[in-house]
Design a protein around this ligand. Sequence first.
Ligand SMILES: Cc1cc2nc3c(=O)[nH]c(=O)nc-3n(C[C@H](O)[C@H](O)[C@H](O)COP(=O)(O)OP(=O)(O)OC[C@H]3O[C@@H](n4cnc5c(N)ncnc54)[C@H](O)[C@@H]3O)c2cc1C
Length: 447
Amino acid sequence: MISPDHSITAENMRFAPYWWDAACPSASENGPLPPVADVVVVGSGYTGLRAALLLARAGRQVVVVDREDPGSGAARRNAGFLGRVLKKSFLGLRNSRGLEHATHVYRELDQAYQTLMVFIAEEEIDCFAARDGRFIGATSPAHYELLARELEAVNKHLGLPYAMVGRHEVRKELATDIYHGGATIPDLGSLHPGFYHQGLLERNAAAGVMIRGQTDVTGIVRQNGPYRFLVTTTAGNLAARDVIVATNGYTTARLGWWSRRVIPFQGYMAATEELAPELVRKIIPHRRVVIDTDTNIDFFRPAPDSNRILLGGATAGGMQSADEIALKLHAIMALALPDLRQVKLSHVWTGFCAGTFDLMPHAGGRDGLWHAMGYNFAGVTMGSYLGHKIAQQILGDPEGRTVFSQDPFPTMPFYRGKPWFMPAAMKYFDWKDGKTARTPLDRLKAH
Ligand SMILES: Cc1cc2nc3c(=O)[nH]c(=O)nc-3n(C[C@H](O)[C@H](O)[C@H](O)COP(=O)(O)OP(=O)(O)OC[C@H]3O[C@@H](n4cnc5c(N)ncnc54)[C@H](O)[C@@H]3O)c2cc1C
């Protein structure tokens, strides 16, 4: 048991997402579930709400249910980075599946990002969506070379912009000396996850979607008749023509087929206390979001709505208490950003992402039972995109076609949704990163 260390944490540090200060999940309207619906959506994050919105606007009667208050999953806990990358690199995909497939996947990743920005603008969702760019810090000279090769290939085949940053220029992007150079992706962006989700909730309510929190789905059973599923929940049962499972890293064991296909892993984040504006400008001069090239990444960003730095890392580190998380994340911050060594953390929090056995997101279904999940840390764009695609598929719109529906959704023998292998897998990733990576953070991770 680790006790609070008030040299690194504020007296009133909150064990809750920073985003919740301005956009806390709240209880949905009460009331009984209707006996039937055209579509029942399980999960009220971005995936569920983007699907529900399109379906309701197309005239379907849609009910979204969530076992917690709406938005209590990763939707209001994430870092708000908007990207177009996966854990599978473009070159890795090209080598395993060929150039055409890799180009197709990365073209859709870009489309997911671009369409999200258009959606937010058209819907006038005020969520600090901005294209300030991303800086990727290379954790070793070898990673720098790999990054240069990857970005050059993406630029050649998709025309997407980037600029390499030499080791001596890193401080123009981030007040650190730990990286061996890096790259900027100037057009990538970020948002405030809480406000984006709140905007989605409001658009859904206006479109007539019924949203019910504190409603845990305990079973989805096929039955005869036009309402071909009986959805059993802790708040009563309802029948539906179509069901979408949109539960990502929070998929419960009772959702058996899906829980055998996603690997929940816990992410950790922290926010600093309010800083002087000039200190934030010194730390991240161009207000870009920052990640590194490791498999188990560390990441930093300026808060969009205050003078704080937000950071994350140590994914799947098995930490449970606020004090443990604060100790680890403060150590990361002090090593990476020495100007913040004396700064205290005001918030720490955690949330669940979903990995998959092929490191790819999956969306699909048939005969009325649909899913979209497994975003491998890229769910703000991909959840939004694939939620929308699934709704298009249900509506029979050919625009719903996506490369992420093509491959079977893999599982592993004996896997039942409890990733007992995760600590060992993360140790392996840290060891692998540590073999080539050469930053003080990698030494911290290896211990
Ligand atoms: C710390 C952290 C940082 C991250 N940073 C980024 C980032 O910067 N950029 C990015 O793109 N992605 C990021 N992610 C990932 C991203 O947040 C997720 O991929 C995304 O939110 C998934 O959205 P979703 O709608 O599919 O699922 P969620 O928002 O997680 O919602 C799933 C919902 O399903 C509900 N549910 C589960 N089981 C049941 C059931 N049986 N009955 C009813 N309801 C159920 C849960 O209560 C939950 O509300 C991060 C994740 C974490 C945890």
